[in-house]
Design a protein around this ligand. Structure first.
Ligand SMILES: *Cc1c(COP(=O)(O)O)cnc(C)c1O
Length: 373
């Protein structure tokens, strides 16, 4: 039995007839760009998210860029991001000549620290890009309170957490991505909803912003050959939309499978010395895109090597803080460090988590981790 971080083949095999029909239908229709499937997917996702507008695009990184372009910010305006995230979160900010301001995360939830966020707000702060990392919502109620107080836009980087929910203090729930001004999604194959290549989307309840995002993703035009603003070319292919239409129906099942596997890890890895299991925030409905351990006592790399010897894969998301990356050093003073981010980069380890996990596979992973201790 070979153990994988994700099992995309296994997931395909289960719905192969439906997917194959979608693939063939795209080949035969020859509507490779902006076929009916694209609109169908946008409508389907809007319904799933309970939001007014969904605009599809080429990938999650483009979604973040289009969102920022839609806000019409000025060079040097500041945009706050967590330092512990995938590079894409900050890339578009720098590309648009805005200033990424990196703040710390909470050591339990791995998500943006509200305290660190508030301290970083200046009169130049125009947007916050909270990330819902590993499948779990950031503390959106606190973020929106600060955003309202200071008049700041919120763009949610929901690449890893489609389908997750935030539970407000009054008990109401909203899907992540639909709470801020714009939500950004990725359909990279390993995300909660993955296509067979690259894909992305934006969501918003603001029709003006929706119009702008739509226009920017399409060369700044609403009418063909009539370019109102500088845009880009970012499209979800018809063939990917066809696949996503099939898989969207199974998204809640996929999330259920992830949660069930997470529970099995919780039951069987609980209480091990030097190992901290993921935290489930009371305000969040965690979808476990990743199951990420914190390995204490500087043992992370040793545990990873030990697991590798037994044929158990694991990945470090993320080995370096954003501010330590050569590309992003320019945005913070020399020697800049954030305490929790530093510790997490040295201690996190994500173990196999996907929709096709079985207890038999998990038992192997669990046994190997136990043997290390
Ligand atoms: C995957 C990811 C992205 C980018 O998505 P792509 O579709 O790969 O461009 C952005 N932010 C985070 C946090 C991600 O995990």
């Amino acid at each position: 039995m070979s153990i994988q971080m994700v099992d995309l083949k296994g997931q395909y095999q289960k719905i192969k007839p439906e997917i194959d029909t979608a693939l063939l239908s795209c080949a035969e229709s020859a509507n490779y760009i902006k076929g009916n499937e694209v609109k169908q997917f946008e409508d389907g996702l809007a319904k799933y998210l309970n939001t007014d507008h969904v605009i599809s695009c080429g990938n999650g990184t483009d979604a973040l860029q289009i969102a920022l372009m839609a806000l019409d910010l000025k060079p040097e305006d500041e945009v706050i991001v967590p330092a512990f995230t995938y590079v894409a979160t900050a890339e578009a900010i720098a590309l648009l000549k805005l200033k990424p301001v990196m703040v710390d995360v909470d050591s339990d939830t791995f998500n943006i620290s509200i305290d660190s966020l508030e301290k970083a707000i200046t009169p130049k702060t125009k947007a916050i890009v909270p990330v819902h990392l590993y499948g779990q919502s950031a503390d959106m109620e606190s973020i929106m309170m600060l955003a309202d107080k200071y008049g700041i836009f919120v763009i949610e980087d929901n690449a890893q957490s489609l389908g997750a929910e935030y539970i407000f203090s009054n008990g109401t729930k909203k899907k992540t991505g639909t709470i801020g001004h714009i939500g950004c999604y990725s359909f990279f194959p390993t995300k909660n909803l993955g296509c067979f290549g690259d894909g992305g989307a934006l969501s918003t309840n603001d029709s003006e912003l929706a119009k702008r995002c739509q226009m920017i993703a399409s060369h700044g035009q609403q009418k063909k050959y009539y370019h109102e603003t500088i845009g880009c070319n970012s499209r979800l292919d018809t063939i990917q939309a066809g696949i996503l239409n099939v898989k969207l129906k199974y998204l809640d099942e996929y999330i259920f499978a992830r949660k069930k596997s997470a529970e099995y890890y919780f039951q069987n890895l609980d209480g091990l010395e030097g190992l901290v299991l993921p935290n489930k925030a009371a305000y969040a409905n965690h979808t476990f895109n990743q199951f990420t351990l914190k390995v204490q006592n500087n043992n992370r790399d040793k545990l990873q090597a030990f697991l590798k010897e037994q044929g158990i894969p694991s990945i470090i998301y993320y080995p370096f803080p954003l501010y330590a990356q050569p590309a992003f050093k320019q945005f913070s003073p020399n020697g800049f460090q954030l305490e929790n981010t530093e510790i997490l980069c040295k201690s996190v380890l994500s173990i196999p988590m996907h929709t096709e996990l079985t207890e038999e596979i998990q038992d192997k992973v669990i046994e190997s981790i136990r043997n290390f201790n």
